[in-house]
Every structure is written in structure tokens, then in C-alpha cells.
Design a protein around this ligand. Structure first.
Ligand SMILES: [Fe+2]
Ligand SMILES: [Fe+2]
Length: 282
């Protein structure tokens, strides 16, 4: 099966539309970021990000297709002109590695978020993978209006969930903010909390709906983080566990390695390779 056929099969397997609008192949992020798709696929690696070590591991595994959720070359749209112009040394070495190993990298972002088959319907493949890998299979899961995930689970605490996440997601640690002994029944993956905007809408919602635990993607100290710190110091059931953007979405790519063959017309060896915790700590 050609790499291009593998990619098309995965696209066909996924829902391929967001809020009733079909993913447009001319504007989707889900592009071939590197390499030649018109060759036989020798194996698939799924990962959050095709780092140098992931590329080396794919080669060791005999795989020439890396399906990554995030960009390859450190910018939105994976533009390479600025790297070519400046002859960026890291870029040149990474490129050589992919050339030497004949690696093709395809980004699967919009399609997997648009939905994979689940219980006769569709569910976001990244956030369902996160829930499943964390042991929340039986939780009441809703895809959130904000595009992430909201779930209700049996009462637990941020400390307990943090321990589970660290172990099952194979992380070096997590940033913990707020009341680590909070009673948690409502958990929200709250998306990116980034520079350049307030989090008033999110804070209002957390307060009104009594959401106990937030799992953010990107996170800054301003806004939400300060609010959760104050709420925790007042003894409220509020906490943040911040694993980091890539660490948080990577379980979804681990889960992908279990279903990718369902999408293909033949079996191809598919292996999850963890890009590795983005962070180590002293
Ligand atoms: Fe992401
Ligand atoms: Fe994502």
C-alpha cells in the first residue's frame, strides 16, 4: 500500500467535518510535511511530534511513515523558506536525517480531532484517547462546546489523578496549581490558555458550573492560573494539572496506533513512539 493510500484511508475513516463543514484539503493543516508519499509504506509510527529521536526510532522500526499531530519545523504551516534562507543548522541536520532514512511525515490534526467512529457516532480521537489512557472509559464524556473535552468521573483528587497521569502517560512530572486535595468530579480539558487574551469566559464557567479540575494545553501564569491559585487558597475544589500541550495530546496518538489498521485495507505494522516528555526537571 502506498503512503498516499494510507493517508487517504485514514482521512476516509475519520469524520472529516467540523460543525457540519467538511475539512477542505486545500486549507487543512493535515498536509504531508516532508517526504515522498508515492512509495510503498513499510510501517507507520504514530506520535505527537516527529522529533529527531522519533525519526531515528521510526527508521529502527523499519517504518517510513510518521503520522504526527503537530508541526514538524517549529512554525505554523511548516514553512521552510525562512529556514532555507538562513541555512538553519538544526533544520539542515533534521532534513538530512529524513532524507537518509526516506521518511515521510504526515500531519494528522484536523481529521483526528474531527472524529473517529465511536458507539455508532463520532468522538474526537485525541481527547477520547486521553480519556481512555487515563482510565476514564466509563466517565460521562462530552465533547465540549469550546472544542475540547468535559467529563464527569467518580470522586477523586488532583493528587490521585496526577499520579495516574504521570505513570500512564510516562511523564517526568506535572505542574500542579491550586488545591491538590480538592474533591474532583468534574474535569475539563480547557484548551490553550495563551498570552494575549483574558480567560474571563472560562473563569465564569468554572465558577458557575463548579468545575474542579482543569487540564490545559498551553498555559501561562496570567489569568486562569492566578484564579485557580486564589480559589485553592480559599479552600475551594479547584486545581490545574498542567502536563504541557504535547504531553496532554500524545495519549490520543498512542490510541491512534491501536485503530489505524482499522482504517486501512490491509495490515501495516503501526507503532506508537512517544516523542518523550517535553520537560525534564532538576
Ligand atoms: Fe495541539
Ligand atoms: Fe490537537
Amino acid at each position: 500500500m502506498l503512503i498516499s493510500e494510507v493517508i487517504q484511508s485514514v482521512k476516509d475513516y475519520c469524520r472529516g467535518e467540523w460543525y457540519g463543514v467538511a475539512i477542505d484539503d486545500s486549507t487543512t493543516r493535515d498536509k504531508i510535511l516532508y517526504g515522498n508519499p508515492d512509495v510503498e509504506c513499510t510501517g507507520i509510527v504514530t506520535t505527537i511530534y516527529a522529533s529527531v529521536d522519533v525519526i531515528k526510532k521510526a527508521h529502527e522500526l523499519g517504518a517510513n511513515l510518521i503520522i504526527a499531530h503537530e508541526a514538524l519545523l517549529w512554525n505554523h504551516g511548516d514553512h521552510r523558506d525562512w529556514l532555507e534562507d538562513s541555512q538553519n543548522k538544526t533544520y539542515l541536520e533534521k532534513k538530512k536525517l529524513m532524507d537518509d532514512y526516506g521518511i515521510c511525515v504526515w500531519r494528522c490534526h484536523d481529521y483526528i480531532h474531527s472524529g473517529i467512529p465511536h458507539n455508532g457516532g463520532w468522538i474526537d480521537g485525541i481527547f477520547y484517547g486521553l480519556a481512555k489512557e487515563t482510565g476514564w472509559d466509563n466517565a460521562k464524556i462530552n465533547e465540549d462546546v469550546s472544542g475540547a473535552l468535559y467529563l464527569e468521573c467518580e470522586e477523586t483528587s488532583p493528587k490521585k489523578i496526577g499520579d495516574i497521569i504521570k505513570k500512564r502517560w510516562n511523564l517526568n512530572g506535572l505542574k500542579c496549581i491550586g488545591n491538590m486535595d480538592a474533591k474532583v468530579t468534574k474535569v475539563m480539558v480547557c484548551g490553550h490558555v495563551k498570552e494575549g487574551g483574558d480567560s474571563n469566559t472560562l473563569i465564569k464557567r468554572v465558577d458557575a458550573e463548579d468545575i474542579n479540575l482543569l487540564l490545559p494545553l498551553e498555559l501561562i501564569d496570567f489569568t486562569l492560573t492566578e484564579y485557580i491559585k486564589d480559589s485553592g487558597q480559599l479552600g475551594m475544589n479547584r486545581a490545574i494539572l498542567a502536563a504541557g500541550h504535547f504531553n496532554l495530546e500524545e495519549p490520543g496518538m498512542k490510541y491512534m496506533s491501536t485503530w489505524v489498521n482499522n482504517a486501512l485495507k490491509e495490515n501495516i505494522n503501526a507503532t506508537y513512539v512517544q516523542a518523550g516528555d517535553m520537560y525534564t526537571y532538576l
